[in-house]
Design a protein around this ligand. Structure first.
Ligand code: SF4
Length: 166
């Protein structure tokens, strides 16, 4: 019997209340569509690196080639904390045989392409979220999609086709 493919998914899309405001961004239709084909492993970089739920909202700031993860009100730089957790979490990806990831759009940690802000109201460009940047560096070519893309059945089929067969 074939071993099912396993992919990681942002925990808030999976339905867990891991967002900064204590809520989720559950995508039940997407979960149902994916569940027929793959095992899903939820993960939340911000909660699991110890930032807590709820937590202060944050955003990417600075140089789009090397942005910092900053809280908006208290101006705490969380870059090192999230990077440190990510380095350990990514060590386990091969053991889990994660074949791809579905991540929350627009998140400063999970988003594939996120606005980077200056110190004030201006924008300096775009960057992958901090967790995504580290994934792409460690595992170039690993299929990654976000929920906005996968609401399109054609793009969902394309993403599934890119996953390696087991
Ligand atoms: S977008 Fe990512 S970091 Fe934010 S709550 Fe969802 S899983 Fe956690």
């Amino acid at each position: 019997m074939d071993t099912p493919i396993t992919i990681g998914i942002s925990a808030c899309l999976f339905g867990k209340n891991t967002r900064y405001d204590g809520g989720s961004r559950h995508e039940p239709l997407l979960m149902e569509a994916l569940g027929q084909f793959v095992n899903l492993v939820p993960l939340c970089p911000e909660a699991e690196c110890g930032l807590g739920i709820p937590r202060e909202p944050m955003r990417l700031e600075g140089n789009p080639e090397n942005p910092r993860l900053m809280t908006i009100t208290t101006r705490s730089d969380l870059t090192g904390q999230l990077r440190s957790w990510s380095a350990q979490r990514l060590d386990t990806f091969r053991d889990e045989a994660l074949a791809g990831l579905i991540l929350k759009s627009r998140s400063p940690s999970c988003g594939k392409q996120v606005v980077v802000h200056g110190k004030g109201n201006g924008e300096t460009g775009y960057s992958p979220g901090l967790f995504v940047r580290l994934i792409q560096k460690r595992f170039p070519g690993l299929p990654i999609a976000d929920e906005e893309e996968l609401r399109d059945p054609a793009r969902l089929a394309d993403f599934l086709a890119r996953l390696p067969s087991r």
